[in-house]
Design a protein around this ligand. Structure first.
Ligand code: GDP
Ligand code: MG
Length: 359
């Protein structure tokens, strides 16, 4: 078949005719009637924007396999998030391969003696977590809540707890600075308990590990706890088929152009593919792993640096694979148009609000 009506597409995607017409308008296509036919290409782009893969609906689900957990570190300022990430990074695969020198690309992978691995997002902080979530990028599986043993629960500790809770992401507590003389991990436990965190040693299921990011104590215990948490969650992802991924960091390199570090959520990203990232597009010229080695493909939970985009995407942007350069350009244009429309609408709303306040 070489096309489908809007009614067909609405049935397959579960979206309303009006919603479909809106998306089509953003892609520069005007479809007046629900009985009009659109090309399969266009239908697929619309479905993609709705997060539905209509081709996949025929072929069924691909193979689902266990995947590593993706972990974010959060906690109050100065409680040791950056120090912890630095110490963990030194145990990462990249650090081992590169002899301790690693480039900051937004994520790193720690491999355990069992062969299992954990992916850490290399940007601590609540802003990044919230921004990603606000953009629909649910990449984090587990939050490490860092609490300094000498300072205890503080406002941003509570904020981190509430972020994790609203995102429905489990927490593993790392009581840090246990090397200090004023350290009182027991007090931290009691404080967390009274804030409603159901700690393991109090009959709940939230694991607590005592560490020192500076003295590098307890890091293996923390990694074990994260691995255990991941096992309980039974994390799985589809391995075959087109990749879905999210950008965790992006920058421009003078020689290589825009570079985006992304983490694959499902499917396999393959070098050479045409992609749309947020509102940008391009063709993957090269994929690099966290050690900077060129790789042909990336599987779920694997951070990779993508080279070949024509513009700079933002953290939280989604990466979608399309079949041709033409489609990539079309989807990117549609998204840019939509961004501009949203931006103008926002200005309009702000002005109306101001005018109302002035009255
Ligand atoms: P962040 O704001 O949460 O990223 O905290 P930092 O990692 O920047 O750490 C804040 C301060 O605490 C720095 O001076 C660190 O050297 C210190 N610090 C971090 N972890 C430890 C630790 O385990 N023990 C001790 N004694 N100091 C630490
Ligand atoms: Mg910091």
């Amino acid at each position: 078949f070489d096309g489908m009506t809007l009614i067909d597409l609405a049935k397959r995607t579960g979206a309303s005719i009006v919603a479909l017409q809106d998306i089509l308008a953003d892609l520069g296509e005007k479809v007046e009637s629900e009985f009009n036919s659109i090309s399969v290409d266009l239908a697929e782009l619309v479905a993609m924007e709705l997060g539905v893969n209509i081709r996949r609906m025929h072929t069924g689900e691909g193979t689902v396999e266990p995947r590593p957990a993706v972990v974010t570190v959060m906690g109050h300022v100065d409680h040791g998030k950056t120090s912890l990430l630095d110490s963990l990074r030194q145990t990462s695969v990249a650090a081992k391969e590169a002899g301790g020198i690693t480039q900051h690309i937004g994520a790193f992978v720690v491999e355990m003696t069992s062969g299992a691995s954990i992916t850490f997002l290399d940007t601590p902080g609540h802003a990044a977590f919230s921004a990603m979530r606000a953009r629909g990028a649910a990449v984090t599986d587990i939050v490490v809540l860092v609490v300094a043993a000498d300072d205890g629960v503080m406002p941003q500790t509570l904020e981190a707890m509430s972020h994790a809770k609203s995102a429905n992401v489990p927490v593993v507590v790392a009581i840090n600075k246990c090397d200090k003389s004023g350290a009182d991990p027991e007090r931290v436990r009691i404080q967390l308990g009274s804030e409603g965190l159901l700690l393991e040693d109090m009959g709940g299921d939230v694991q607590v590990v005592e560490i020192s990011a500076l003295a590098k104590l307890g890091l293996d215990k923390l990694e074990e706890a994260l691995f255990l948490q991941a096992e309980m969650m039974d994390l799985k992802a589809r391995i075959d088929g087109p990749a879905q991924a999210f950008v965790v960091e992006a920058r421009v390199d003078r020689g290589r152009g825009p570079l985006a570090t992304a983490i694959v959520k499902a499917g396999t990203l393959v070098s050479g593919q045409h992609i749309v990232v947020g509102a940008e597009w391009g063709r993957i010229r090269s994929l690099r792993d966290t050690a900077g080695n060129i790789t042909e493909f990336a599987k779920p939970a694997m951070p990779i640096e993508i080279e070949g985009l024509r513009g700079l995407p933002m953290a939280g942007d989604d990466v979608v694979v399309v079949d041709s350069e033409e489609r990539a350009r079309m989807l990117s244009q549609g998204r840019k148009k939509k961004q501009e429309k949203d931006r103008l609408q926002k200005i309009d709303e702000d002005m109306t609000e101001e005018a109302e306040m002035a009255e």
